[in-house]
Design a protein around this ligand. Structure first.
Ligand SMILES: Cc1cc2nc3c(=O)[nH]c(=O)nc-3n(C[C@H](O)[C@H](O)[C@H](O)COP(=O)(O)O)c2cc1C
Length: 359
């Protein structure tokens, strides 16, 4: 595809992500309930939300997920995202660096993130079918702490100009993971990872997975609007809801770090994600809307409230640190329960629904 068309596509994605709403299907978090602990004797200052990714320490298990790079607007966005991430001590990923690999002039729109946040946790990003050499270049461009490889088959298939051939995708991921000197995070972009996919990736050496589930930003809808189609495509109702996908991936008890993303909008969804076994959460859509419709200050305010709410919910569940969240009693109802029962996953959570004799 022509370089200008690629830049236009990036701008279209930003504009449409800003304007469209989440869904139409939900994340499944509405089916997850945690138990209120009315006699919790914790104070806000007792709450420890620190999370270490390699040598980098985050104040919160929170990541601004991959969004953009390439056009001038992306430089502004990545600058603001990096400043907010630095201020709050949270992580950040840049969008796919594919454009910068073919057009080095565009590198600065990604490198701005490292310039603004020299010591922060920053992930590079490429599609899962990249070569090991391309992956190395992407990591070196940012002195990245990790490399996200995105799986976006449904998006490509929904795109008029998208890929149609995904042969060798797992071999490609494994080859990159062997070559790059940083952790490789395999991530979906809104259609979710299953237990089988998690197992397959782990067997090929992947220890970091971002479930990127259904219920938040919907790239099938974005592609429909880009093409000016009147009716929803089949891909818009396709995927694994985020809450389900976390349970699918964590039920195997693999020694992997799990990032929960796809429709995480508030601290309530974040705490449910961690109680289902995720290690940290990623957010993309709200950052686009707040930066493009409002300001960097508005984005900072959103995340500050998110962090306050998250710490408050830790008090209300009697959790002084993150390790306690995956042991909390949890109630799973509705369609999420149906799914997990039919997949034989509910047993993994059964013990956690029982009354705890010693709070
Ligand atoms: C405008 C926009 C551009 C995105 N570009 C990328 C990308 O280049 N690479 C990638 O891995 N994910 C990309 N994503 C996907 C997000 O990282 C995330 O997986 C997805 O939006 C689901 O999270 P959300 O519901 O919080 O938005 C993009 C998302 C948005 C909104």
């Amino acid at each position: 595809m022509h370089k200008d068309e690629n830049l236009t596509r990036k701008l279209d994605h930003l504009q449409l992500a800003k304007s469209l709403t989440d869904g139409p299907l939900t994340t499944g978090f509405e089916d997850i309930r945690l138990i209120h602990y009315a006699t919790s004797s914790l104070s806000l200052q007792d709450i420890d939300t620190a999370f270490c990714f390699g040598s980098k320490r985050l104040e919160m298990p929170l990541l601004i997920n991959a969004i953009t790079g390439g056009p001038e607007l992306s430089t502004q966005i990545n600058r603001s995202l990096a400043r907010v991430a630095k201020e709050l001590g949270i992580g950040m990923a840049v969008g796919s660096q594919r454009l910068a690999l073919s057009n080095p002039v565009l590198k600065s729109s990604y490198m701005i993130a490292r310039k603004e946040n020299p010591h922060g946790l920053i992930f590079a990003n490429l599609g899962a079918l990249c070569s090991p050499d391309e992956a190395l270049q992407a990591v070196e461009m940012l002195e990245a702490d990790g490399l996200q490889l995105h799986l976006n088959l449904a998006q490509e298939l929904a795109m008029a100009e998208g890929d149609r051939n995904f042969s060798g995708i797992v071999d490609s991921i494994a080859a990159v993971a062997e070559k790059v000197p940083v952790p490789v995070i395999v991530k979906e972009v809104g259609f979710g990872l299953s237990a089988e996919t998690a197992q397959e990736l782990w067997q090929r050496g992947i220890k970091y997975m971002d479930v990127g589930g259904q219920g938040g930003t919907n790239f099938a809808t974005i592609e429909r609007y880009r093409q000016g189609l009147a009716l929803p495509s089949v891909f818009e109702g396709w995927g694994i809801p985020t809450a389900v996908s976390i349970a699918e991936v964590t039920t195997r008890c693999l020694p992997v770090t799990v990032i929960a993303s796809g429709g995480i909008r508030s601290a309530l969804e974040a705490i449910k994600a961690l109680s289902l076994g995720a290690d940290l959460v990623g957010i993309a859509g709200p950052a686009v809307k707040l930066l493009m419709d409002h300001s960097e200050e508005a984005l900072l305010a959103y995340f500050n409230e998110f962090i306050y709410d998250f710490r408050s919910l830790m008090i209300l569940t009697g959790s002084s640190n993150l390790g306690k969240l995956s042991k909390l009693p949890i109630i799973i109802t509705g369609k999420t329960k149906d799914w997990l029962e039919q997949r034989g996953i509910m047993d993994h959570f059964k013990q956690r629904t029982l009354i705890n004799p010693q709070p």
